[in-house]
Design a protein around this ligand. Structure first.
Ligand code: GDP
Ligand code: MG
Length: 706
């Protein structure tokens, strides 16, 4: 039996491919209402009729088979290579019916490759809003392929689409004629290529001539061979490509005229879309609205999320107390309560904030507003050597730098892409959020500002803006050091405004919470246990001696105070304590003591560990009494032994905040930058400059504030 057939989804960015993919496979590929959401191919199973299983492959969007950016190259690399594991048996070209002319370009190219094609007409509802009537039957007759009307957003027309796929698999429509035949102008060249590479298709042969450099499956000798051919026939690559595109558009123009009717020529955009765009893209009001939107988001993260957070915090504290009372006292109970539960509590408590943040960001993405933000930011970005498309990585960086850095693949210009990768980790990711909020809540009062906002919300936004600002400034500084070989450009098409789909928004929230809990959770649990061991045991009999030591030094202490002092001394004498003391001299200028030193070290692998570590350390360092249970309360109760005053002064808290704004405490990001830049040079440079920034600015902050 033949292997399962491959169905590839190809089409313009934002035409609905990933939505269709999700509908067909039941999987959850990320969908967003702006171009270049998908940067990697993704496959999933599809049940066709009669229990035939097929594999659907969702591909990055592209306007033409000549790729402009890295993410688009994968498409032609597959289509030009019949031996590729994803080489399609049927291509479904997903076309935005409200913009048919531009969407048909890629259709004619795929059809010219001789691939069996089904045309899926999507966004018909949008077309209707623009007063466009698309005649699918006429189009099918003209194009000589099955044309199916679908709505990928709600899943209409899927049965017909599947039928068309099966029909095409069983009996592909025979190839009739090229929309554009390169052999008309270069018969000898095409003939020679077809012979030497054993190709049957003229247009495929043309792509071997035009794009052999990016074909991963060709040997170097073959590539050199093509270069010689180009010289021999005096073939002008870019000129010919332009001529091809012009020719195709001329053909498509005729097709569209016959199959699309406009009931009203004037209303290309609905009036309210235009009105909204006039404001949101306005050189002043656009920024003002964006600023207000940001402010509202951060305030909501603070205010609304604080209710569930307080509940979780208190719940975990009382659960821990209950465990301590119920279980027999001993090492195991300590490990469970002070190590594990305290550490896990440090993760769980931040779920409401992360969920809120991503709920709001997903709403912006789905509604189409994010695309407007990219446009107004392009001018600004350019000044710093970046590109309007850098906004996507930068904004995704607020969630996590790892997928954000990968999404930079959609930036065509090599230099702008590299700069974007280098500065994206400065955007405050969700792992920083817990650190920010807990420290802000400790030292910044919740004073109301302008009614709805509070000082805490403003401070939080300030930290995020600081991240953004430093990302832009770093790009501007590094810009001078990276050679530029290509010209950058920014083409971005405005998607229509759409009512967000709650299902997609829900998924986005669920995914971010899930990955925070599982990814961060794994590390945090592991580190909490290791840390508990390191904080409970010490070299030689130093732990046992702690009690004597305290009693000798402070003979007056009694009761809880004595217990606390002994616990603190034990921690100091432990392995972790020695560790912290060892690095204390290096971090003392920033205002940190050895306990914070332990947390810094532990969070080097991933910053989300910081709060969990603090909570483990402080629960070991002090015997929990009633109102001392929550992390915040423990941090608030921490006394600086040198001054006798609370440890967490504004100077210390801000010094830590600044440190975490800049420090590259994340192994996964380093690994991702290594992968995306193919070497250690850039990740190491990035690690170095971020560390220097973090240390230097935290130092300044502490010295200035104290
Ligand atoms: P891709 O870039 O081609 O993968 O497109 P996506 O699947 O990410 O979809 C882009 C946006 O279009 C999302 O906001 C979808 O919800 C929306 N969308 C997809 N299909 C339709 C449709 O038929 N009608 C409307 N109105 N919106 C759609
Ligand atoms: Mg997509």
């Amino acid at each position: 039996m033949k292997k399962t057939p491959i169905i590839a989804l190809i089409g313009n960015p934002n035409s609905g491919k990933s939505s269709l993919f999700n509908q067909l496979t039941g999987l959850r590929q990320k969908v967003g209402n702006f171009p270049s959401v998908t940067v990697e191919k993704k496959s999933g199973p599809l049940m066709l009729e009669g229990q035939t299983e097929a594999t659907v492959v969702d591909l990055p969007g592209l306007y033409s088979l000549y790729p402009k950016a890295l993410d688009e190259q994968v498409v032609i690399d597959i289509l030009a290579n019949p031996h590729h594991e994803d080489y399609p048996d049927v291509v479904v070209v997903v076309a935005d019916a409200s913009n048919l002319k531009r969407n048909l370009l890629i259709f004619t190219q795929v059809a010219d490759l001789g691939l069996p094609v089904v045309l899926a007409l999507n966004m018909l509802d949008v077309a209707e809003d623009k007063n466009l009537q698309v005649n699918a039957v006429k189009l099918a007759m003209k194009l000589n392929v099955p044309v199916v009307r679908i709505n990928a957003r709600v899943g209409e027309g899927l049965d017909n689409l599947k039928k068309a796929i099966v029909q095409t698999l069983e009996k592909p429509t025979s190839f009739q004629k090229y929309y554009f035949d390169p052999a008309e102008q270069f018969p000898e060249l095409i003939k020679e290529v077809k012979k030497s590479s054993q190709l049957a298709n003229n247009y495929l042969a043309l792509h071997y001539v035009q794009q052999h450099d990016i074909f991963s499956f060709l040997s170097t000798e073959k590539r050199v061979g093509f270069d010689k051919l180009i010289e021999k026939y005096d073939f002008k690559e870019s000129g010919f490509q332009a001529a091809e595109t012009m020719h195709r558009y001329a053909v498509i123009d005729g097709l569209v005229k016959e199959s699309v009717k406009t009931t009203d020529n004037f209303l290309v955009k609905p009036l309210w879309t235009q009105r909204l765009d006039n404001i949101l893209l306005h050189p002043f009001w656009g920024y003002a609205v964006f600023f207000l939107v940001l402010l509202t988001i951060f305030q909501a993260v603070f205010t609304l999320a604080s209710y569930p957070m307080d509940m979780i915090d208190a719940g975990i504290a009382s659960f821990n107390d209950w465990l301590k009372e119920t279980l027999p006292p001993g090492l195991f109970t300590d490990l469970l309560t002070d190590g594990l539960v305290a550490g896990i509590g440090g993760v769980v408590i931040f779920i409401p904030q992360i969920a809120f943040l991503f709920l709001l960001v997903a709403l912006l993405e789905e509604s189409g507003y994010m695309a407007r933000v990219m446009v107004i930011m392009d001018k600004l970005m350019r000044r710093f050597g970046l590109n309007g498309k850098s906004v996507v990585p930068l904004i995704s960086g607020v969630a996590c730098a790892v997928p954000a850095i990968m999404s930079a693949r959609s930036i065509g210009n090599r230099k702008e892409r590299l700069l974007t990768i280098l500065v994206t980790p400065l955007m405050s990711c969700s792992a920083r959020l817990p650190i920010f909020t807990i420290l802000i809540a400790l030292v910044v009062p919740a004073t109301p500002v302008l009614g709805f906002f509070t000082l805490q919300g403003l401070t939080l936004m300030g930290l995020y803006l600081l991240g953004l600002l430093s990302a832009l400034l770093s790009a501007w500084v590094i810009k001078g050091w990276v050679a530029n070989t290509e010209k950058g450009y920014f083409v971005m098409e405005m998607p229509t405004y759409k009512v967000p789909r709650w299902y997609h928004v829900g998924l986005a929230v669920w995914d971010s919470v899930k990955s925070f809990v599982t990814e961060a959770g794994k590390i945090i649990v592991a580190i909490s246990i290791i840390l508990w061991v390191l904080a409970t045991y010490g070299p030689g009999d130093s732990i046992e001696k702690a009690e004597e030591q305290v009693k000798q030094e402070n003979p007056m202490l009694q009761g809880t105070e004595l217990d606390n002092a002994i616990a603190a001394q034990k921690l100091e004498n432990s392995y972790a304590g020695h560790f912290g003391k060892f690095i204390e001299p290096a971090i003392a200028p920033l205002g940190y003591d050895w306990k914070i030193g332990i947390a810094l070290l532990a969070s080097f692998a991933a910053r989300e560990v910081f709060v969990g570590t603090m909570s483990t350390i402080y629960s070991i360092g002090s015997e929990a009494d009633e109102d001392n249970g929550t992390i915040k309360a423990r941090m608030r109760a921490e006394i600086n032994p040198k001054t006798g005053k609370p440890m967490y002064t504004p100077a210390l808290a801000f010094s830590l905040l600044i440190f975490y704004v800049f420090a590259m405490m994340c192994m996964s990001t380093i690994a991702t930058v290594y992968r995306e830049t193919h070497g250690w040079k850039w990740p190491l440079i990035q690690l170095a400059y971020m560390t220097v920034l973090a240390y230097g600015l935290a130092f300044l902050t502490y010295q200035l504030l104290s």
